[in-house]
Design a protein around this ligand. Sequence first.
Ligand SMILES: NC(=O)c1ccc[n+]([C@@H]2O[C@H](COP(=O)([O-])OP(=O)(O)OC[C@H]3O[C@@H](n4cnc5c(N)ncnc54)[C@H](O)[C@@H]3O)[C@@H](O)[C@H]2O)c1
Length: 297
Amino acid sequence: MGVLDGKAAVVTGAGRGIGKGHALQLAKAGASVVVNDIDADVAAEVVAEIKALGGKVIGNTGNVGDKAGADSIVAACVAAFGKIDIMMANAGIARDKTFLKMTEEDFDSVMNIHVKGTFLCHQAAALQMKEQGTGGSLVSTVSAAHFGNFGQVNYAGAKGAIASMTYTMALELARHGIRANAISPSGTTRMSDTYVGPDGKKHPMPFIDPELNGPVLVYLCSDEGNYISGQIFGTGGERIALLEQPKYGHTLFMPGGWTLEAVQKNFKQNLGNKLESLGITKPPYPFASGIHPPEAK
Ligand SMILES: NC(=O)c1ccc[n+]([C@@H]2O[C@H](COP(=O)([O-])OP(=O)(O)OC[C@H]3O[C@@H](n4cnc5c(N)ncnc54)[C@H](O)[C@@H]3O)[C@@H](O)[C@H]2O)c1
């Protein structure tokens, strides 16, 4: 008996990397799985691997970034397994460049596959779940890059958007019995292999098996996880971390409203000394002594 016996799941971008790990774990937990990937060859390999394990599986090559593609993914799941219970929006790409060098194409392509792809796949799945009357689970994929990461304005922005979408989908869809959560995974993959530091160089990273994100996904989508919605978890390797939600912090009030003079008098000593560090690694706040134009040449 698996905890997902009888459930039908889609994983987008499941032909390799973290998505492949998700598909394997969902299948091992008893779910029937649609292995979606725009790359037909790798999708077919994962389908064969799951079949060899005795799982119920089909492949699909729909493009998550267009509506016809997203609709076809959900339709394929319903045609093969009669319904959809789980949508894991995982497909993604990276087009890293520093902000001033990033092209419109770099920006649009990343937004399209991550943000629009997540929107389209989840909306198609949620409409189907609502029609079924069964409820279900939507799980998105964010990244710690949305805290700010050098060279990733497009990707960080996309992942921040998906985090905010997760909170909002959870609020709206609970009435239909649909949960919306996200994971911020980690794993050694084709994508992780492209990361470079602010110095423009690759830094050796320990191997992390991408399949190790899957057990949290399975738990979130199981009936046992039915109390969890609107939450984001850092997964992968040996950890599971609850990602704290953004919220207003230290707050100043001025009866009657703030004048510029009042801001000048109060800001620096009451808020200016509480500025937060930023970026994935959270070094000390880097700009305390000011940011100045370059010296005139
Ligand atoms: N690897 C990490 O450490 C890490 C960290 C944080 C977040 N993530 C996120 O995890 C997800 C998976 O990343 P990965 O590292 O496994 O990357 P990957 O490149 O190994 O795999 C991504 C898969 O998505 C597929 N894909 C791309 N565009 C598609 C489209 N339009 N439609 C359908 N499939 C498409 C690709 O063909 C590929 O097989 C991504 O959303 C990524 O942003 C990864």
